[in-house]
Design a protein around this ligand. Structure first.
Ligand code: C2E
Ligand code: CA
Ligand code: CA
Ligand code: CA
Length: 274
């Protein structure tokens, strides 16, 4: 039938199940969240493994719902992606992270990079090159201090639009990272053509490194692959000194994880910089 969109009356029926109702409520709350200023950006440190020094941070969205309380990104980002709200929400995160990093550059002499996550939808339908250019211009953050993380599955989308956007961002002097690497199905030939500088090894391979030989083998293979392609390799979810020792031994460049610091508010993160 015609007009069977998400917002039609067909959804408001008595037999609508509880999970569909919860989902609709979430989507409705998401629509108001930006205007009501319910989102925050938190920051997690990224360190150089060899020296242990802080080199940058990843910006991670947080949502404090007035009634439901804290809602984790894994619960609302997929919903925002489906209903296209990820485009304005993602633009807000980008703006806020760049504004904050520029302030830290001025106040604390911070010269490292802030990494912001991008969804496929922002790249395909969000005029990402224009948005990024505008945000950098408005905030005064130099492109060398911005890194954009796209997941392996987004990066491998054979759609020429994605490649074009990535090339546009790269031409502006922005660093591009492939996130959650190892979880998708990368063609190595395609990886070589992508204008990326950083590979992030997914946390699922780091978690059980010490117990699971296969995970250790995958982590070490990703590190040597990245190194041989001239990429900087970052491990995520580094929680223990044993993880760190293994990664240093394998030649991994950078790391992020609870061992070095959890995501924290801008006010708390500032103490690491100033
Ligand atoms: P991600 O991009 O892979 O981000 C890393 C996630 O791992 C973060 O979860 C972080 O808090 C968590 N993490 C970091 N170190 C450790 C560790 O040592 N141990 C454990 N157990 N976890 C660790 P978070 O903040 O809940 O975000 C989850 C996902 O939500 C992100 O995964 C990303 O896919 C998405 N996300 C978060 N913020 C944004 C955003 O602004 N835009 C978009 N598009 N996605 C976002
Ligand atoms: Ca990420
Ligand atoms: Ca990741
Ligand atoms: Ca991940």
């Amino acid at each position: 039938a015609k007009n069977r969109g998400k917002n039609t009356f067909q959804f408001y029926t008595a037999d609508m199940n509880a999970s569909a109702m919860a989902r609709l409520k979430l989507e409705y709350s998401l629509h108001r969240a930006l205007a009501r200023d319910e989102f925050q950006v938190w920051y997690q440190p990224k360190v150089d493994l060899a020296s242990g020094t802080l080199v940058g941070m990843e910006a991670l969205i947080r949502w404090q719902h007035p009634e439901m309380g804290f809602i984790p990104p894994m619960e609302f980002i997929p919903v925002a992606e489906e209903c296209a709200l990820i485009v304005p929400i993602g633009a807000w995160v980008l703006q806020e992270a760049c504004r904050q990093t520029r302030l830290w550059a001025e106040q604390c002499g911070f010269g490292g990079r802030v990494a912001v996550n991008l969804s496929a939808r922002q790249i395909k339908f969000g005029n990402i090159v224009g948005t990024v250019a505008q945000v950098l211009q408005q905030t005064g953050l130099p492109p060398s201090q911005l890194e954009l993380e796209i997941t392996e599955s987004t990066a491998m989308d054979s759609d020429g639009e994605v490649m074009k956007a990535l090339e546009g961002l790269r031409a502006m002097g922005i660093t591009l990272a492939i996130d959650d690497f190892g979880t998708g199905y990368s063609s190595l030939a395609y990886l070589k053509r992508l204008p990326v500088q950083v590979l992030k090894i997914d946390r699922s391979f780091i978690k059980d490194l010490d117990r699971d030989k296969d995970d250790a083998a995958i982590a070490s293979a990703v590190i040597s692959l990245g190194r041989s392609l001239g990429l900087s390799v970052v491990a995520e979810g580094v929680e223990t000194p044993a993880h760190r020792a293994f990664l240093i031994e394998q030649g991994c460049h950078q790391a992020q994880g609870y061992l070095f610091g959890k995501p924290q508010t801008a006010a708390d993160f500032r103490y690491l910089l100033c």
